[in-house]
Each structure stands twice: as C-alpha cells, then as structure tokens.
Design a protein around this ligand. Structure first.
Ligand code: PLP
Ligand SMILES: N[C@@H](CCOP(=O)(O)O)C(=O)O
Length: 526
C-alpha cells in the first residue's frame, strides 16, 4: 500500500531504465502517462499515474471539469509553494501561505513565490520534459492550458475545480524567416506571439493564476469583494475577462486618454467597473495600492507575485517549442518590469530542475520616452531614478516608476542581460517593417525589434544566433498608431515604410493607369 510518506525517492531512482514513461515512450498506450512517485511503508518506491493513460470514453453528461474530477488521482500532492521576501537575505525565515492576502514583505520589499524545489528535484529533467510535452494541445482540464500544463511549477496546491482558465498559452513561436533575412541577415529569428491570446496579450498567462487563486480564496470565504488593477490596457483586459468568466467583480483604474480604444472597450464589454482617472499609469498604480490597502479588493498588478508564476510559463514554453534547446537571446519589452523577471524565473527553474543546462541572455527593451530601466543600466546600475514617462506609441509601457525594478535588475544581472531603448520613429519603423513581412505586431514588439536591430548593428547579436523576440500584445489593439503611420500623419516622423492606400476613381482607365504604374510597364508587357 502506498503511504502518505511521498517523495522519499531519491533522484537516482528515476533512472530512465526503470521509468515506465520512458521505457514505453514509443507505445501509444503509455505515451502520455506521467507518474508521481510515492513510497510504500517499507520505503520501496512506486509510481502512481497523475493523469490516466487512455482516458475513459467521454460521458455526454460530463463536461471537462467533471471528467477531471472523475479521473483525479488519490495520491497526496507532494508539491507546494509559499511567498517569501524577494531575494531574501540568507537565513530569512519570513514566509506566507499563498492563501494569505499579502503583497509586500515585512520590510516593505517585493515578494516572490518560492517552490519546494527539493520536492520538484525528486524528478529528473527528463521526467518534467515528458510530462509537459504529454499535455500540449489536449482538451484535458486544466492541463490543456499552456500555463496549467505546468501546474506543479505554478500553483501546485490549487484544486483543479477552482481554476479559471481560457486554455491560455501554447502561443505560436513564429519563425520570422523573411524579416530575419531581409532586414537583419539572420536565419534563426523567432517571434513568440504571446499577444495571440484570449484577450490579446501575455497578461492572460498571469491572470489565469491570480484569478484562480482569488476564486479559491472566495470559496474559502476569505473577504475578497473584487479584484482591482491599475492598467495601461492589457492587465485590465485580462483581469476583466477572467473575472467575468468566474463571476467575480473586477475594478480597473485606467489613465484617462492614454490607452487605445480597443483596450478601453475590453473591460467595459466584460462588465468591469472602469474608472478613467486623470493621471498617468504610475498615478493609477499609486491609487490602487492605497485603495487595496483600505478595501477588501485583491490587487491584480504584477506587484502581486502570483501573476509572475503564470507569466514564467512562456519562457518554459519557448524551450519546449525548441525541443528543450536553449536560444541564445530572448528580447522582452519592459514597462512595469514584472515580465522580464518572470522569463528569467521560468528559464532558471528549467536549468535548476535539469530540463536544460543553461539559460539564454535576455534583453529588456524600453521606449526612449519611458526608459527608467535603460538609464539605470547605462549608469552602471548606480542609483535608480523613477521618472515621469512621456507619451509613446508603445502606450502599454508608458511607465516611469516600475514596481518590479528590483526584480528586473536581479534578472538582468543574473543572465548577463542588456537594456536597450527605442525612439518613437525607431519603434514605429520596426513595427512597419515587421508588418511588411506578414506579421501584424504591436508597438511594444516594435520596441523589442529595435533593440534587436541595434544589437545586430553593434555585432553583439551574431547573424546565426538563435534569437527570440517576445511579442507581448496583438497588433489589432493598436490599429490607430498604424493608421497614423501609414497615413504619414505623425508630426516629425518620416514614416519611411508607410504604405498609404491610393485613391482612385471608379473608372477602368484610371484603375489601369495606377496598376501599370505600380507594377511597372515591363512586367505587364513581357
Ligand atoms: C503589450 C505590453 N508589452 C509589454 C509590457 C511590459 O511588461 P512589464 O510591465 O511586465 O514589463 C506590457 C505591460 O506593462 C504590455 O502591456
Ligand atoms: N502594461 C500593463 C501595465 C501594468 O503592468 P502589470 O503587469 O503590473 O499589471 C497593463 O497592461 O496594464
């Protein structure tokens, strides 16, 4: 009989030869049969399935949640996580349950979610790779989600029933063949399309985790009347959608007239309580922090480290999509600076748990109009100075006082990272160039591509380096900026790659004339 003394197994017991998943990898029956290790009372290791090998036939009266409930393993969950002060001093014993409502450490610093790495390490890297690979592209609740397919590394203790998911993640890793060749002389350039997602940005990855935890807290009768955030548009869109799907009230603070129309309409349509406030994002952030300290409204910004647990899965997914090979560079646009740390954390966990043997170098790209991290980096990480960010087409990163500055600096130092910046003209040109090769990216991705242009020109990134640019939002949220660019309507900008429509009369001859001039008479006569 298996006892509850789980995970006394040593790593050596995970010898591939003994591991049923790996031995039977090629047989269809056992291919998707991840196991948990438990031990018998006499200390012998056994392995019990987490998910069944071949699912019993679907019962028409069951939905996928019911099915998950029916197929649930009885094995005791051996994994856990807690809040600890971010980058805590050695010997610190301060920690909090994830069921506590806490955003800051006793000293006022940031928190981090710390996993029981010893429990996770009882499985080898091959085990985790197989487990994660076995879940991709399925409709099994909740593992069909790119975030929850890594549940053991994200929120290991949450009941599957409490999870609020839109099967987010599993986003396209796009080979930017033409863009790479034409503009950069690169042959191994990739764009991770995190914005091709449920609400059109990478925020879905973190929000499924945060709203699931809130759902759990509310079921536990904890006093949470709603969830609130300050936003430049994407956090509010994700928050309102996930809350709406769970029936939880959401409250969003938006800087008036500083976000795109598409982003504004998202929380409105999803039934959030929307406050349009006459300040910038940093002003909204300050207010939501004060309000959530007063009222039982749960804070959904990335100051809340739960969010980053979901966002880090995009990094794990990149490695997975490269068959667990590590790219040389990953470039991430930065604003409030949670995501750059989330990527670092995802990569680092994969290294520590033996899925890969190194981590990529990362680049954080900022708009020159909102570049406090860039200035800090250029000062040799001397003293950090928050700023008032100026208007930028990359409006979602118009942030001057990023809450995760300490996390970002830590991540960049650890991965030998770089910070770059992009002027308005540079980011808009880069966006237009990318679009001209078949993408439809957001201005923030234009910032990241500008960083790539600069680092290629400086010879820092080599033509053959495998490079991933993280695209953070869907281009369709930012059509007005594209319209302005292609109409040559931006003051003091050459709009070098604009492609305005040609006005022409509804007349055969007139249409022929413009087509001949476009195609060139040689093409037409040869
Ligand atoms: C589209 C987009 N890109 C990039 C970012 C930057 O992410 P972070 O705030 O985690 O640095 C944000 C939000 O801030 C965003 O909405
Ligand atoms: N770009 C963000 C800004 C807030 O960032 P967060 O990750 O701290 O929520 C947004 O879309 O609101």
């Amino acid at each position: 009989m298996a006892s509850s003394c789980l995970f006394n197994a040593s790593v050596s017991s995970l010898n591939p030869k003994q591991d049923p998943i790996r031995r039977h990898r090629s047989t269809s029956l056992l291919r998707h049969r991840p196991v948990v290790i438990s031990c018998t009372a006499d200390g012998n290791n056994i392995k019990a399935p987490i998910e069944t090998a071949v699912k019993p036939p679907h019962r028409t009266e069951d939905n996928i949640r019911d099915e998950a409930r029916r197929n649930r393993s009885n094995a005791v969950n051996p994994f856990s996580a807690k809040y600890v002060p971010f980058n805590a001093a050695p010997g610190s014993t301060e920690s909090y349950s994830l069921d506590e409502i806490v955003y800051r450490s006793r000293s006022g610093g940031l928190l981090d979610v710390e996993h029981d790495m010893e429990a996770l390490k009882r499985f080898d890297g091959a085990y985790w790779r197989d487990l994660f690979d076995s879940r991709v592209g399925k409709s099994t609740w909740p593992y069909g989600s790119g975030v929850w397919s890594k549940k053991e590394w994200v929120l290991p203790e949450i009941d599957d029933d409490d999870i609020v998911s839109a099967f987010e993640g599993n986003s396209n890793l796009f080979w930017a063949e033409r863009f790479g060749k034409q503009f950069l002389g690169m042959n191994d350039l990739w764009v991770k399309h995190c914005g091709i997602s449920h609400t059109g940005s990478f925020k879905d990855l973190g929000m499924t985790v945060l709203v699931s935890q809130v759902n759990r807290l509310r079921k536990m009768k904890r006093p949470v009347v709603g969830v609130g955030c300050a936003s430049t548009g994407d956090t509010s869109a994700a928050l309102s959608a996930y809350c709406a799907s769970a029936g939880i009230p959401s409250i969003v603070f938006l800087p008036a007239n500083k976000i795109s129309m598409a982003q504004l309409v998202q929380p409105i349509a999803n039934g959030a309580f929307v406050l349009s406030i006459d300040t910038d994002f940093d002003g909204c952030m300050k207010l939501i922090r004060e309000i959530t300290a007063e009222l039982p409204i749960y804070l959904a910004n990335s100051l809340n480290s739960l969010r980053l647990e979901g966002q880090k899965t995009a990094a794990i997914e990149i490695l997975q999509q490269f068959d667990w090979q590590v790219p040389d560079w990953v470039i991430v646009p930065g604003g409030n600076l949670g995501n750059i740390y989330a990527f670092y954390k995802g990569f680092k966990m994969c290294q520590e748990l033996g899925l890969v043997d190194r981590i990529p170098r990362m680049v954080c790209a900022q708009a020159a109009n909102a570049n406090p991290l860039y200035l800090h980096y250029k000062s040799g990480w001397k003293d950090f100075k928050p700023m008032t960010a100026s208007t930028t087409f990359a409006s979602a990163i118009q942030i001057g006082d990023p809450v995760s500055i300490d996390r970002a600096v830590y991540a960049l130092k650890k991965c030998n990272g770089i910070v770059e910046e992009a002027t308005e003209e540079e980011l808009m040109d880069a966006m237009a160039q990318a679009d001209s090769t078949g993408m439809f990216i957001c201005p923030h991705t234009g910032v990241a591509l500008t960083a790539l242009f600069k680092l290629r020109n400086q010879g820092v990134i080599a033509p053959t380096d495998r490079t991933v640019v993280v695209s953070t939002a869907h281009g369709l949220k930012f059509t007005q900026s594209k319209i302005d660019y292609h109409s040559n309507a931006i003051p003091d900008m050459a709009c070098r790659f604009s492609n305005p429509p040609v006005d022409v009369k509804a007349d055969f001859g007139a249409v022929m004339d413009v087509l001949k001039s476009y195609l060139g008479s040689n093409t037409l006569t040869s």
